[in-house]
Design a protein around this ligand. Structure first.
Ligand SMILES: Nc1ncnc2c1ncn2[C@@H]1O[C@H](COP(=O)(O)OP(=O)(O)OP(=O)(O)O)[C@@H](O)[C@H]1O
Ligand SMILES: [Mg+2]
Length: 392
């Protein structure tokens, strides 16, 4: 039974039309946009804002290439699912599964179903499906509810996102039901999430290796001093493994299998005891299923180009670092986070290549979502770390 208060609120909302429609700040960097401005007019009257604010759970969202996490104000992380959606072929709205269930369908779908990852390289590749996925998460976070939830959301985005990519995130979040959207750059969110005192007058370096992007930033006084983002991250490493098996052994494997190999025996630095794993796939010459034993050394070799690119990006960022901050980093070390931080020996390799102490964060897969959530719960912090141009 809906509570009396929610019923009253519904009636009030249906009978009073918002009159003062505020044009949002998005106009500031939207001169070249092809999206009509009317789209961003959200009927944001004070009354409506209060009403939805009261009944919605504000959310911090890490809209990741590999995983989407949702942090709800006062409750913490309530959802952590792969960013995969299964839809009926020919429709982008008829969602059959989202998250883990959809991920298990990747590469195994019959003709009438497609399982897709709507984000690539850290940004939206399939707008409609991203929006549907966000709507699913927003609704799920609110449970059964009379009013359509209209939360305020803080979304993490890569640090070198283009204006067009930024707009895609804002547009999908608004269309999915958000009433206000703030964009926080992922390394800033990750730094806050792992507990780095970002407002201190002291340099801190964070490296967030996700599925699609490696985001590196040096933060001081609540702002970014230097940053670098490269679209070489966990997914590229996974791709290098399948290429290697294809060209060396004529063995074709799916994305899922390739990721499992990376997680089970992948490494960035020679291991004390190298490992062996049995891999099943399809022989490209005979066309038949085939099983092969591969070892961790060859997998490390297969991924080396990607790992070298990540190390190069870290070194480039350090090259741009002002001397005072460099001395802070010598004292404090560097924080490694994101799913890619879990690759065996990556911390050791980075220590060797930079001469700095590298610390892997406690929960690398959740740091951005925790940071976005903390910002949501702390208005003054939000004002300091998210410039006004990134709040809509
Ligand atoms: N134990 C592990 N060893 C190596 N890589 C791992 C491990 N666990 C997860 N990963 C990789 O981490 C990546 C996912 O990390 P994360 O969830 O931080 O990415 P994301 O936030 O979704 O992506 P992005 O920030 O680039 O949009 C995947 O490429 C996954 O294969
Ligand atoms: Mg991420």
């Amino acid at each position: 039974m809906p509570s009396k208060s929610s019923l009253t609120a519904t009636v009030v909302f249906l009978t009073i039309k918002p009159t003062a429609v505020l044009e949002k700040r998005l106009t500031k960097d939207s001169q070249s946009s092809t999206i009509p401005l009317s789209f961003f007019k959200k009927g944001n009257s004070v009354f409506r804002s209060l009403l939805f604010g009261f009944f919605s759970n504000d959310m911090g969202i890490d809209l990741g290439t590999a995983n989407t996490l949702v942090y709800v104000r006062g409750r913490g992380i309530i959802m952590n699912e792969p960013s995969v959606v299964a839809v009926e072929m020919g429709t982008d709205e008829n969602i059959l599964a989202v998250g883990e269930e959809a991920k298990n369908m990747l590469g195994r779908t019959p003709g009438n179903i497609k399982a897709v990852r709507p984000l690539r390289d850290g940004v939206i590749a399939d707008f409609k499906i991203t929006e549907a996925m966000l709507r699913y998460f927003i609704r799920k976070a609110h449970g059964r509810f009379l009013l359509q939830p209209r939360p305020r959301v803080v979304v993490g985005v890569p640090s070198e996102i283009t204006p067009v990519e930024k707009r895609a995130v804002i547009e999908s979040a608004l269309k999915a039901g958000a009433r206000e959207v703030a964009l926080i750059i992922e390394p800033m969110a990750a730094a806050i999430g792992v507990g780095i005192p970002v407002l201190d007058p002291c340099g801190n370096m964070i490296i967030d290796i996700g599925g699609g992007t490696t985001d590196i930033a040096i933060i001081s006084l609540g702002g970014i001093v230097v940053n670098k983002s490269t679209r070489v991250a966990g997914d590229k490493l996974t791709e290098y493994i399948s290429h290697y098996l294809k060209y060396t052994y004529n063995l074709s494997i799916g994305e899922r299998t390739s990721e499992i190999i990376k997680i089970q025996i992948g490494s960035a630095y020679p291991l004390k005891e190298e490992m062996i794993m049995e891999v099943k796939g399809r022989d490209l010459i005979t066309g038949l299923p085939k099983t092969l034993a591969i070892n961790s050394e060859e997998i490390r070799q297969a991924m080396s180009e990607g790992i070298t690119a990540v190390v190069g990006a870290v070194r480039n960022t350090l090259d741009m670092c002002p001397p005072e901050i460099a001395s802070d980093l010598v004292d404090k070390g560097v924080m490694l986070t994101g799913g890619g931080a879990l690759l065996r020996g990556l911390d050791k390799l980075l220590e060797e290549k930079t001469g700095l102490k590298v610390i892997v964060s406690e929960n690398p897969l959740i740091s951005v979502a925790v940071g976005a959530g903390k910002v949501l719960e702390d208005e003054p912090l939000m004002k300091q770390v998210i410039p006004e141009k990134d709040r809509f």
